[in-house]
Design a protein around this ligand. Sequence first.
Ligand code: ZN
Length: 309
Amino acid sequence: MTTLLITDSVFLDHLTPAGHPERPERMRAIGRALDDVAFANLRRESAPPAPIEAAMLAHPEDYVRLIEGASPETGFRFLDNDTSMSPGSLLAALSAIGSAQRAVDAVIGREVANAFVACRPPGHHAERATAMGFCLFNTIAIAARHAQVAHGLKRIAILDWDVHHGNGTQDIFWENRDVLFISSHEMPLYPGSGAEHETGTHGMIHNVPLMAGTDGAMFRAIYEAKVFPRLEAHQPELILISAGFDAHRRDPLANLRLEAEDFAWVTSRVMEIAARTCGGRIVSLLEGGYDLEGLASSVAAHVRELMRG
Ligand SMILES: [Zn+2]
């Protein structure tokens, strides 16, 4: 079996103001990296847009309608200081959701071994009813709920290695009993949440704060001690990854010191756990990563490992 890659030019149509780090060039950099012959065996699909109702798997209808109504005809509409919509943003966000759902369907249906979705806008900062941190809808949370609702899965794990805390995913799953949410993130850093004592109503939130300056060796030791045992103990039926690459040493928004090879390592360790617990079923969604060179090399390393699955 192969690895599914879903990406699409629709993700270029979510425009952000000049100088914004979360920009269409991120998609182009990833596209160039994955054009290499090393990725010839990827199964490639374009992004199917989800109906707006799909966002209601993780958000209240009032909030979904508010985002739908905020879509501007020209220019930008700001939802907070750094989160805005352009005319193409709504379709991009819905296509990210549709891609995540399709990736879940393909992995659970055994069409492919695993999947990576290269999409934007990112999603993990979007809370139940708050757009923030460049995010409109929480795509990974919607993917998890989709796996439960459409496929009857129960125990799902979401691993978020974006350098920022996945506050939105934590918010959405705070009171749940079946979805384990593990987030490692630099702390203190935006958005400020993600302390170890934030564990959720039923202990299903597992935060692993990292100090500024954490390098690959420290990251690996912390993952071996604090992340992988908890992930495996959950015995997930599906592993979802909020794959941000802003913990790369070149990233302008954070201060960790990972290299592309560290993302290859963590991918391969998660694949080992997935092989033991859920037949290797992994769906990975792009979150952050704002240095184009660091992002492209890290995504390439991540996908190269997934292709060994
Ligand atoms: Zn981030």
